[in-house]
Write a protein that binds this ligand. Sequence first.
Ligand code: AHR
Length: 658
Amino acid sequence: MKYLKSSLTAAGLLLAGALSAQTAFHVKAGEVKGEVQPTMWGLFFEDINFGADGGIYAELIKNRSFEFYQPLMGWKIQRKEFNEGEILVQNRGNENPANPRYITVTAKDAKDKSLGMTNEGFRGMGIKKGNRYDFSVMYRQQEPGVKLRLELINAKGEKIGEGELIPNQSGADWKKQSISFVSNAEEPKAKFNIWFEGTGKIDLDMISLFPEDTWKKRPGGMRADMIQLLADMKPGFLRFPGGCIVEGRDLATRYQWKKTIGPIEERQMIVNRWNTEFVHRLTPDYFQTFGLGFFEYFQLAEDIGAEPLPILNCGMACQFNTAEVVPLNELDEYVQDALDLIEFANGDVNTKWGKVRSDMGHPKPFNMKMIGVGNENWGPQYIERLKIFTKALKDKYPEIKIVSSSGTDPNGDRFDYLNTELRRMNTDIIDEHYYRAPEWFLQNAARYDSYDRKGPKIFAGEYAAQSDRIASPNNKNNWKTAIAEAAFLTGLERNADVVVMASYAPLFAHADGWQWTPDLIWVNNLNAYGTPNYYVQKLFSTNKGTHVVPLLLNNDAVTGQNGYYASAVIDKKAGELVIKVVNTSDKAQNADFLIDGVKKLASSGKLIELHGENLEEVNSFENAVAVSPKQREIKVKGRKITAALKPSSLNVIRVKMM
Ligand code: AHR
């Protein structure tokens, strides 16, 4: 272990040492230790770092319905002459509490850009040449006669796309109207102008601009490049919507799923809890519009073949912030939300909530099998509330597995208390979180070897090796963190009979809008790339196999000897043996794998290698694949696989079993 530590802590080490002696590992391919659950490697999604608004939710207009604390945040009024009240923010709070604000535009012979508004997007708008953009607006005519001239402009102020919307002249009700136009240039930092022309008075709300090329081309949908990176991982589950966002800084700003479904203009926006969380990364323009709500998350999970895992508030606000709790005798509403969510996801179309789902376009149930109660909540207050939820949920839906929290840390008094209580309750699945130094991940590769095989299952729900320290803005997604995670993941895989799910956190970060590092996938307005950590997760997930088998060195699990961490599975469907071996040392090493329990192996197999030139290496927008998998063939002699392993590398070996 000491040896390993030294090779991983020497930052920037040159990793080109001489080849060390051959190590002989022993794989007992006929001795199944447990099933690898199809859910094993999955995704943790939270609207942090512009993950949803400004991220996967492809809306380009920021503050489209004027509900930010400052109603015109993100907008700039353009006018040649100042006339008081030409663009007036109205608040109809009593009539429409979910969407109180709109604007009234009064124009008098407006022309030649004399009156308009510019939206700055989420740190600009990413616009692609030749792509179609769909503009829509809700309006109510007061005095017909105003038309809207629309312009996309680049960072220099030049027009790169335009359209015109002439509001229907009839009726005084709210209505929605759309037009589309095509951009003639690519621009990462575009803005959007609306010029008002003519004479009249009109109310406007829900001013929206979406690209056509969303995921599955769904109107008002998600950014396809970001979702593709998720789909490529073939994730086993999708946990949503967080994270601390579930808890809220206070109970008033907790996540309430019922307010995130139905027509988007009826979804009540709230502040994003990451808006002011970190003084070093204040993001005052970060809100949750819920254009992306629970229906869309379930649909996303279905699209990418992942089991949905919604996490709900348990009646406690974030204990790092206000730590508000709902009195136990007022918890019913929260529990009912959980029961109703199961009906929303799985209920027949004739049930109340099943019908809501069906009316939103998904008559077929989502077949949800798990639900999380609370995120990172701790103390007896959590256990008291969890017990109430558990009773109600199990009484009505005994088949639904409950995921419960073991707090913020993987050890310490809070963890020990919760771990003891949760095991006493014989809860289904315990969610453990670890944001720790790379060395912790190495030292804990054997963490689950001694866990109770008959107790609750484990969800490694949030983890990421921290190159600096938790919540530091200086954390990097470098190879040092990624290889340490890879070593740790061999320990999760070896214990797949106990660990049934695992996900890195957080998932996304916008280069200009992040609050938290490190993150699995980085994006700007036009591009997205996976970090070295992403490729580690992806390699485990896309090579997950079906059953764990022992991989031993001198009869011991491989948890750091000679810098090695390793695990093995067989894939019964593919008829393959899959070995994962991490060489954390600074030396190239030759490894032999002697395979028992198979009649024969194919004479060659493949080795997929993920390797960093040095521990500080990162991926970037300029070089998105600096650290990315490379595949080569390897020869197999009889039942022996010999692999030359690069220094500091994760290697996945796949060989057909005959
Ligand atoms: O992943 C970022 C945050 O870390 C999550 O919201 C929270 O659950 C954890 O503390």
